[in-house]
Write a protein that binds this ligand. Structure first.
Ligand code: PLP
Length: 393
């Protein structure tokens, strides 16, 4: 028997579908040239950070003490600036002492889960969901309960949700705009969700928390921004990240905001500080806390993504592919042309199209296309999508 943790070994050595697609693409490019591969597999922002980021970086670089530790919950002035931005833009009920700066949304989620989880707790996730949720919940010692989605609009299946809630439910995770569907939960969905959670919290005699994972909050194509989740339900923990909005995924910067009227909000906040400590985060990156604070009101460069979305969604639906209209993020979730999304993705590879099967997102029968890519690559890929479709007809 190996002398290390088998669960961690399993996580570290498991075959990654996206990694395999990447390796396939690399080999095909070497054999057939750059233009033979159309890679839609990765959610890495393709636009450079907005101008405010390099500006802040150059002005901050020589500030004395800029690379030192900050307090564990984040620099006080940074939290003040971020809180002010949330109040001003969304009417959020938060102040600086409700914010905890983190190393991105992944860290925000892991910290919240570790802070909340008690023995026997369950966490509800809505398909389709970011595959790491399962890893994060199980690593925190919780049990994952999955609720299916409604077709074709990818909202919440409330009958299934109602049946999945129980005394054991500690929290529910939502992600809107969504990876992988690009769908935004409507105000009606959020109101219904809040009403149900309030009812069940009363029935069970303890709060059912809502963890709102919002790395794509600023990436929307609708005239108005997505409804601000925290304003619908007081027992909310908001997990934010600037990875996508400021194109900074490698810099690891985000925050948690605890609704100040959440039940025992101060206790939850202290548990978040404890979880950040136990997980060894120490503090969020000091320089990028300041860069993010200076850019708290900076809007992302959305136009390139909108152009990509319009081209890809328009062309694919014209060919005959079925897909939920994507109102946010930078993904299309397309119905597979055969029951097995893996088999469909394998067939697409023959045409140089790298697309991710939906099975790991708990949505078998769909594939995800990330359109944070070069516009010209999308344009060149369209004949391949046409040939793939014709192949099935
Ligand atoms: N949540 C969702 C839905 C995501 O898509 C991602 C990254 O792709 C994350 C969380 C993690 O983001 P971060 O880079 O901020 O850790």
């Amino acid at each position: 028997m190996a002398n290390y943790n088998q669960e961690m070994y399993g996580l570290g050595s498991k075959r990654s579908v996206i990694r395999e697609l990447f390796e396939f693409g690399r080999r095909k490019r070497e054999r057939e040239g750059e233009d033979a591969v159309f890679d839609f597999s990765l959610g890495n922002p393709s636009v450079p950070p907005p101008g405010g980021v390099p500006l802040a970086l150059s002005s901050l670089a020589t500030t004395p003490g800029i690379h030192g530790y900050t307090s564990a919950q984040g620099d006080a002035a940074v939290r003040r600036q971020v809180a002010e931005s949330l109040v001003q833009r969304f009417g959020a009920p938060v102040g600086p002492d409700d914010l905890y700066m983190t190393c991105g949304a992944a860290a925000s989620l892991c910290i919240c889960l570790r802070a909340l989880r008690c023995p026997g707790d369950e966490f509800i996730v809505f398909a389709p969901y970011f595959p790491e949720y399962r890893v994060f919940i199980e690593a925190a010692g919780g049990k994952v309960v999955t609720v299916p989605f409604t077709e074709p609009d990818f909202q919440i299946d409330f009958d299934a949700f109602g049946a999945s809630l129980s005394e054991k439910t500690k929290a529910v995770i939502i992600n809107s705009p969504n990876n992988p569907s690009g769908v935004i939960f409507t105000e009606a969905t959020l109101k219904r969700l809040a009403t149900l959670l309030e009812e069940r919290s009363r029935t069970y005699g303890h709060p059912v928390y809502l963890i709102s994972d919002e790395p794509y909050r600023e990436l929307y194509y609708t005239p108005a921004p997505p409804p601000f989740v925290m304003n619908f339900y007081r027992n909310t923990l908001l997990c934010y990240s600037w990875s996508k909005s400021l194109s900074l995924p490698g810099e690891r910067i985000g925050y948690i905001a605890v609704h100040p009227q959440a039940e025992d909000a101060k206790g939850v906040y202290a548990a978040i500080c404890g979880a950040g400590r136990a997980l060894g985060y120490v503090c969020a990156p000091s320089l990028f806390q300041r860069v993010a604070a200076l850019n708290a009101d900076t809007a992302p460069e959305i136009e390139a993504y909108r152009r990509n979305r319009d081209l890809l969604y328009g062309a694919l639906t014209k060919i005959g592919y079925e897909c939920a209209p994507p109102d946010g993020a930078f993904y299309l979730f397309v119905k597979s042309l055969e029951p097995s999304a893996q088999a469909f993705s394998d067939r697409a590879k023959e045409y140089g199209l790298l697309i991710v099967p939906g099975d790991d997102f708990a949505a078998p029968g769909y594939v995800r296309l990330a359109y944070c890519v070069d516009y010209d690559m999308i344009r060149r890929s369209l004949p391949a999508f046409e040939r793939l479709y014709a192949d099935y007809r």
